[in-house]
Design a protein around this ligand. Structure first.
Ligand SMILES: C[S@@+](CC[C@H](N)C(=O)[O-])C[C@H]1O[C@@H](n2cnc3c(N)ncnc32)[C@H](O)[C@@H]1O
Length: 327
């Protein structure tokens, strides 16, 4: 029997991902909150094994309904959702409501209250039963992170905008802990990717993240400067990167120097049909630098929101063939 699911994704990319769900999996949906989508009449959870854009997965749940209503749905999905019996759960609610719900589900549905090892999280405020084994980290594994690491669901949106073909060479010149190549590898298992970062701690974590996923032979990480790429002219098909915003990493005045240099290098290494998706919150500095970079233009700006920032993902392509004078 089909079920409705409530899934979360990066704020700003809802419509893009909804279109993909319809086109690729025939799943109808509607946005219910920023970053929250209701998927309607889902027949099969199989699509989640490749849905890198979706972060948390939950069932709509009415906290006032008897426990067997949601318990029946969870029982039906248990095999496909990786939920063991008896169901281990926790309740997110004010203390008095929590106690009442723990008793209701323990007595009525035979579930076991396990706040530190739950598989189903009953969230009273949001009215959802979150399914732990279907969360991004449970489906695709956890990553070693740094404070400035880009959320995986945001990276999924950047990669979606980049439209990488299976054998395109993808570059992330400010790769941090390697979130971009790792999310990319889920969708492009044979995709080629070059990543670098100036920070040695980030490079170390990136290498460990890649090694733990068996990607270290295929994807090489080096310590390097995005403004001095050791790459041939016209050799890179796609550039996807989360630039330093000048808040946690670097500074606004550094970016005034850094962005023009990085953009010049990107222009040099990009193939004629190349495409870049560059994320930054230092928008004025970025747009000024881009306007002064001959040969590149912004074709789309998508504002996203996470962790209290509202950066833009700029889709950048060539404005004209390199070496040819504008008339
Ligand atoms: C916003 S973080 C990128 C986060 C990354 N996407 C991740 O998920 O970990 C920006 C990164 O740019 C790096 N960076 C700053 N200046 C750089 C430069 N000139 N060359 C290469 N990397 C640089 C920083 O060390 C930092 O890791």
């Amino acid at each position: 029997m089909p079920v409705d699911l409530i899934v979360t994704c990066a704020v700003g990319f809802e419509d893009l991902f909804r279109g993909d769900l319809l086109q690729e999996h025939g799943i109808r949906s509607r946005s219910i909150e920023p970053g929250e989508i209701l998927l309607q009449d889902v027949e099969d959870l199989g699509f989640l094994t490749s849905a890198v854009a979706l972060d948390r997965v939950a069932l709509p749940w009415d906290p006032d309904a008897p426990s067997d209503v949601i318990a029946d749905v969870v029982r039906r999905l248990a095999g496909d959702a990786g939920i063991e019996q008896p169901v281990r759960f926790r309740v997110q609610a004010a203390p008095d409501v929590r106690e009442e719900l723990i008793a209701r589900f323990s007595d009525g549905a035979g579930w076991v209250n396990a706040p530190s090892d739950w598989q189903v999280n009953l969230d009273v405020e949001r009215g959802v039963a979150q399914l732990g084994p279907l969360a991004w980290a449970a489906r695709f594994g956890t990553l070693r992170r740094l404070p400035a690491a880009t959320p995986v669901s945001v990276v999924a949106g950047l990669l979606r905008l980049a439209k990488c073909a299976p054998h395109d060479l993808l570059l992330d010149p400010c790769a941090g802990v390697a979130t971009v190549p790792i999310v990319d590898a889920i969708e492009r298992p044979d995709g080629r990717c070059i990543v670098l970062d100036r920070d040695v701690e980030a490079v170390d974590l990136a290498r460990r993240n890649l090694a733990e996923r068996g990607l270290d032979r295929r994807i090489e990480v080096s310590a390097g400067d995005a403004a001095r790429l050791d790459l041939a002219d016209r050799s890179v098909d796609r550039v996807v990167t989360d630039l330093p915003f000048g808040k946690r990493i670097g500074s606004n005045s550094n970016n005034i120097e850094l962005y023009p240099r990085v953009l010049r290098e990107i222009e040099r290494v990009l193939t004629l049909s190349g495409r870049c998706v560059l994320l930054t919150d230092d928008k004025r500095v970025f747009k000024d630098a881009l306007a002064r970079t001959r040969g590149l233009k912004i074709v789309r700006e998508q504002v996203v929101r996470y962790h209290g920032v509202n950066p833009s993902a700029y889709v950048v392509t060539r404005s004209r063939a390199p070496g040819r004078r504008a008339r």
